[in-house]
Design a protein around this ligand. Structure first.
Ligand code: MF3
Ligand code: CO
Length: 250
């Protein structure tokens, strides 16, 4: 069942979303050579808790930290720890916030110093592929129109789209119906309606789309060791233009 949100609920989701975006920006500003991923996690947790909110991922299905930090060939769900970020690392940060009963979820890929042109392009294409999908986030379109737009954009730029993990509805739960794949034929799935809130999160690989999970049971890496980038926002469908709830401009 897809839960449509009332205007009051949306107002609260803006609070959660705005804080998730602040947390994402803090994490991005901290990405620098010599900084450990645990340090970033600690500061982000501190920010979220200082605002009276809860880090959404901490304890979620046993996840041990507040932030997912995925470096280079890591796609998603990298667990912060003693690892020091190095110049030339590509660093994907994923942050979730629970605020007043509602979730916000967002991610972005940053880089530490000088990365290769390909790495930078990969991060940019991941972000731009989100916006290709976002352009279809209107009444009259179906879920897979969003999926298809993301896939087409990423593949046109020579990259591949991860299949094994998908975006999702979001609200009072971190993961709600429907699933939002980042690939697929257009014209399938439910029709988008005003009041739907979706976490749209393309995961884009420089090589093949296959991934595997490391022995820590969390970290997802590319099967071929190629670089990966991730970008995500929580999006509200309206009767007009869609709104990014994990944005600072509202
Ligand atoms: N953005 C991810 C998601 O939508 C974050 C979940 S990570 C977890 O599922 F650590 F909480 F599992
Ligand atoms: Co998500």
């Amino acid at each position: 069942m897809i839960l449509l949100k009332s205007s009051r609920e949306i107002e609260t989701m803006r609070l959660a979303g705005r804080l998730a975006d602040r947390a994402r920006r803090l994490a991005g500003e901290m990405v620098a050579p010599g900084v450990t991923t645990a340090e970033i996690d600690r500061e982000v947790q501190r920010l979220i808790e200082a605002e009276g909110a809860v880090p959404a991922f901490l304890g979620y299905r046993g996840y041990p930290k507040s932030v997912c930090i995925s470096v280079n060939e890591e796609v998603i769900h990298g667990i912060p720890g003693k690892r020091e970020i190095r110049a030339s690392d590509l660093v994907s940060v994923d942050v979730g916030v629970l605020h007043s009963g509602f979730y916000g979820d967002c991610a972005a890929t940053f880089w530490a110093g000088v990365v290769t042109e390909e790495a930078q392009r990969l991060a940019e294409v991941a972000r731009e592929s989100f916006f290709a999908g976002f352009a279809c986030c209107k009444e009259g379109y179906r879920i897979s129109d969003v999926s298809h737009a993301i896939q087409a954009y990423a593949e046109q730029h020579g990259f591949s789209v991860v299949r094994d993990f998908v975006g999702h509805g979001i609200g009072r739960s971190l993961h709600e119906s429907p699933e939002v794949p980042n690939y697929g034929e257009p014209g399938r799935g439910v029709r988008l309606r005003a009041g739907m809130t979706l976490a749209i999160e393309p995961m884009i690989n420089a090589g093949g789309y296959a991934v595997r999970v490391l022995a820590d049971d969390w970290t997802v890496v590319t099967a071929d060791g190629s670089l990966s980038a991730h970008y995500e926002n929580t999006v509200l469908i309206t009767d007009g233009e869609p709104e990014i709830l994990t944005a600072s401009n509202h």
